[in-house]
Design a protein around this ligand. Sequence first.
Ligand code: 13P
Ligand code: SF4
Length: 333
Amino acid sequence: MNISKEKILEKGFVDLELDPQLDLFAEIERLKKKKHAIILAHYYQEPDIQDVADYIGDSLGLAQKAEQTDAEMIVFAGVHFMAETAKILNPGKKVLLPDLRAGCSLADSAPVDIFKTYKDKNPDHLVVSYINCSADIKALSDIICTSGNAEAIIASIPKEQPIIFAPDRNLGAYLNKITGRNMLLWNGACMVHEIFSLEKITKLKIRHPKAKLISHPECEDAILRISDFVGSTTQLLKYTLKDSTQEYIVATETGILHQMQQNNPNKTFIPAPPTNNCACNDCPHMKLNTLEKLYLCMEYEAPEITMEENLRLAAKKPMDRMLAISRAAGLIG
Ligand code: 13P
Ligand code: SF4
C-alpha cells in the first residue's frame, strides 16, 4: 500500500482502501508484539475491535489501565477525551487514536471560555466534571468522576460544600436525586442517551413483561425512573451476569450488547429504541473507529495524541483525586 506517514499526520485520520486479502486480525496481533502495544477499547466499539482488544472497559477501568500499563504504545479504541485521558495519566507512552475526528457530543457541550466564565461567577463552588470533557475543562476542575464512581466522588465532598457539576445535566440530575444534593448543573447532554423513546420503551416493556430495563445514567430522567437498574457500562454488564432474569432492554449505546451476549449466551438483549427510525443509539463518534483504521494507526503510529505539559499537569490533578477516592472506596485496585 502506498501512503506516506506525512499524509496521515497531515489529515489527522485515515480512511483508505486496504487490500481485502489482508488478515487484519493477524496483522494487528503482529503489530502488537512488534511495537509492544496495548489496545484499550471501550464497550461502544464495534465487535471486531472489541475482539482484538487487550482490555475492554468503561471510562474508569480504561483510565486505570492506561495509567498502569507498561506497554510502550497505547492504542485507544475509543473517543478523543479517552485517549487524551490516557496521555494525561501516562505521558511517557505514545498514545494513538485510530480516527482523530472521534469526538463526543457531551465533551463538545462545554466550550472552555464559556465554562470558565460560569465557574468565575460561582467562586465558592467546587467543580466536579464528568470524565467526558476536554483536557481544558479537566484543568478547570477540582475532581473528575465517571459514571462508575460518581456517587462515591460526590459522597466524599462535605454536604455543605456547593458544587458545579459538568457537563452532563442528566447524570448530574440523577446524582442530585440519589445523593440529596443540589448541585448546579451544566446544560450538556449525550446525543445517544438523549434519543431513547419513553413511549417505545413502554410499549416494548408491555410486549416483554419479564424483561428488565437497564440504563446508563446519561439517559433522561423519564427513562431512569422506569429502569430496574442504572449503572455505568461495566456495572450494566456485571448486573446481567449476576441477575437471574433472561431478558433485558438495554438503554445505552448498542456496542455493549456484544459483551452482554458473549457473556450470557442464553439471555436475550434488546436495544432500547430511539425516538425515530434511525440508528441513533449507535454513537457516530465511537463508530468512526474501524478495524482498518486500527491497523493503519498501529502500522504508521499516527494519529498521535500530544499535549502541552502545563495543560497536562493541570488536568492530571483532578484525575489523581478521582483515582485516589476510587481506590479508597474500593472501586478500583
Ligand atoms: P462509561 O464508560 O463510564 O459507562 O460511560 C459511557 C460513555 O458515555 C462513554 O462515552
Ligand atoms: Fe460521547 Fe455519548 Fe458518544 Fe459517549 S456515547 S462518546 S457520551 S456522544
